[in-house]
Design a protein around this ligand. Structure first.
Ligand SMILES: Nc1ncnc2c1ncn2[C@@H]1O[C@H](COP(=O)(O)OP(=O)(O)OP(=O)(O)O)[C@@H](O)[C@H]1O
Length: 306
């Protein structure tokens, strides 16, 4: 089966920025895929190219084997994009917006699916409301319904939960999970890393137009970034300096509290405890914190400031 999205050697220049510098990546069919990166990394540019809305300078991009330039119509039909910005025509009702969008794809009798979308996105009561009369969160839900009106196999969500309240975010994710479970490929960009961690099977991280990581979420989180060990100690005198041998690992020492950074797989907690005991120091409390996606992300996109 063709990859849901295949990007090869993609370059894009704006007048003053080389926004994509030879990006290659593939999203497998049926995957829940995360596209992460700091502000200005090139995520929206990449999405807009996949959607056939932005020209590029070099490379190839295909949606389920259809070239986004040579086979634009087919590629576009297979894709639903929920844009970052909420754009709408204030003169139409919610149902009209969805009917018009169906018309763009040549779909006539689409009412049953429109009803299903309205229901799933909790918009049924607002079907006859004018777009301008909706709250921001509701408008965003209409954008999602609009992107799905032609039942695309591949769905791209560009920051769908930015500025959305917790309740709506939960219901959106429940809906997106259902879409994924029913066989759709989902590509998500988000600045909420815990969302990506919870939802995505694989994650690509781009930074300043370059792919800096592409791996399963699990493997990314397991990358050898340190774990934090927090200790409460009892000593005759508060410690003035870290015990010998542990000093390079100690990040903070405050009286009887000590925080150490341990390297995954090579540093053992037991050895730390033994080293402390050898100095007559007892440990009264201990807490360990694993690196999360946020730590990995920061590590991979840490910028060399000029
Ligand atoms: N239409 C445009 N004209 C000129 N430069 C642009 C245009 N769109 C984006 N850029 C520039 O291209 C680079 C990539 O921007 P892009 O919007 O793709 O990043 P992003 O990863 O989506 O960022 P964010 O997380 O802030 O949405 C940035 O330096 C941006 O200023």
């Amino acid at each position: 089966m063709a990859d849901a999205i295949r990007i090869e050697g993609l370059h894009k220049h704006y007048p003053s920025v080389h926004a994509l510098k030879g990006v290659s990546l593939s999203v497998r069919s049926g995957e829940f895929f995360g596209l992460l990166g700091p502000n200005g990394a090139g995520k929206s540019t990449l999405i807009s190219i996949v959607a056939g809305l932005t020209r590029f300078d070099q490379g190839r991009v295909a949606v389920l084997g259809r070239d986004v330039v040579g086979d634009y119509r087919d590629a576009r039909r297979l894709l639903g994009v929920v844009p970052q910005e909420v754009v709408f025509d204030p003169f139409f009702t919610v149902r009209e917006v969805l009917r018009i969008q169906s018309g763009y794809f040549g779909l006539r009798r689409n009412e049953a699916w429109i009803d299903e979308l309205l229901d799933a996105l909790m918009l049924t009561e607002k079907a006859h409301a004018n777009m301008r009369a909706l709250s921001g969160g509701m408008k965003r839900r209409v954008m999602i319904a609009q992107a799905l009106v032609h039942k695309p196999e591949v769905v791209i969500l560009d920051e769908p939960t930015a500025g959305v309240d917790v309740e709506l975010r939960k219901s959106l994710w429940a809906f997106v999970r259902r879409l994924h479970a029913s066989g759709h490929t989902i590509i998500l960009t988000t600045h909420y890393l815990e969302e990506a961690e919870a939802l995505c099977e694989r994650i690509a991280i781009i930074d300043r137009g370059e792919l800096v990581a592409l791996d399963t979420t699990q493997a990314l989180m397991a990358r050898g970034i340190g774990r934090t060990l927090r200790l409460c100690l009892t000593t005759a005198q508060p410690l003035a300096e870290p015990p010998p041998g542990l000093a390079p690992k100690v990040r903070r020492l405050d009286g009887n509290r000590m925080e150490l950074e341990l390297t995954k797989d090579t540093d053992s907690i037991i050895r730390v405890l033994d080293a402390l005991r050898a100095q007559g120091i007892e440990v009264t409390d201990l807490a360990m914190e694993e690196a999360d996606l946020e730590d990995v992300f920061v590590e991979l996109t840490r910028r060399q400031r000029p």
